[in-house]
Design a protein around this ligand. Structure first.
Ligand SMILES: [Mg+2]
Length: 263
């Protein structure tokens, strides 16, 4: 019987964290596969993608196989065996459904200019996803910040049920307050009897911030967005590794720094 508490738990974002440099990703995937074979590692892919996009990425983009997949920015959890069109983990879905109304969110923000609804596949009963239309602003940062502040203000009376996740300077997701990548990772650690103290996380943008929970060791890749860099700089210094290299090479350097992928 494998002692789950002794396993490393590695939770990683996909786009801009694993992807971006295929050669380094192959090297990283090989090392993660080996650690999983030795039953040393529980791997969580934690992404804004849909499950179909993750599974396609595993065959076409060299994304590693995983023990759990968290999709749609932490509003869906999938457990093996994975297949397209499978249902998400039921308890997680039920737990989130209680506090979230998609119709309420859409109605609350319907008159805010510059907010464009993202494609249908990123809009579910548990997630409302917008893009801030940057083309409309002469000063991009100022413009998107102004929209963000308007939305935060409007949602603030309801923050016990809803949260806003702002990423890559333009993506805006409204999720149940209990969803998000960090909450999904906590749920999985408890569900599988893993140890929070063996958790390493990696990311590149604002929707990864919630994974950098106090017990975790964090890896920020060199190509990370400012939102994540600013957030991670406020955390306890020795718990965060700011990589000097981008994408999967940055992840691999971080894992080695924290004692994983040691051959
Ligand atoms: Mg990313």
């Amino acid at each position: 019987m494998i002692n789950q508490k002794k396993k490393w738990v590695f939770s990683t974002d996909i786009d801009g964290t694993l992807t971006g440099d295929r050669e380094s990703l192959n090297e990283l995937t090989q090392c993660l596969d080996q650690d999983r074979e030795k039953e040393n590692l529980f791997l969580i892919l934690c992404t804004g993608r849909t499950l179909t996009e993750v599974l396609e990425g595993q065959t076409r983009e060299g994304i590693p196989l995983a023990d759990a997949i968290v999709c749609q920015v932490g509003s869906e959890i999938f457990l093996p065996p994975f297949h397209v069109n499978m249902e998400g983990e039921e308890n997680w879905g039920n737990h989130l459904k209680k506090q979230f109304s998609r119709e309420f969110v859409v109605d609350l923000f319907h008159d805010i200019p510059f907010l464009i609804m993202q494609e249908e596949r990123y809009n579910t009963q548990l997630k409302v996803s917008y893009t801030i239309d940057l083309a409309s602003f002469p000063d991009k940062t100022f413009g998107s910040m102004k929209v963000l502040r308007t939305i935060q203000k409007r949602l603030s009376p309801y923050e016990d049920r809803y949260q806003i996740i702002y990423s890559s300077g333009k993506h805006l997701d409204v999720l149940p307050a209990k969803a998000g990548k960090g909450n999904a990772v906590r749920y999985l650690i408890k569900y599988f009897g893993l140890s929070m103290n063996r958790l390493v996380v990696a990311g590149d943008s604002g929707n990864d911030c919630s994974m950098f929970i106090p017990e975790a060791k964090g890896i920020v890749v060199n190509n990370a967005q400012q939102e994540l860099i600013t957030f991670a700089k406020k955390l306890t210094p020795h718990t965060v590794y700011f990589s000097s290299v981008p994408f999967a090479a940055g992840v691999l350097a971080g894992l080695k720094y924290f004692g994983m992928c040691q051959e």
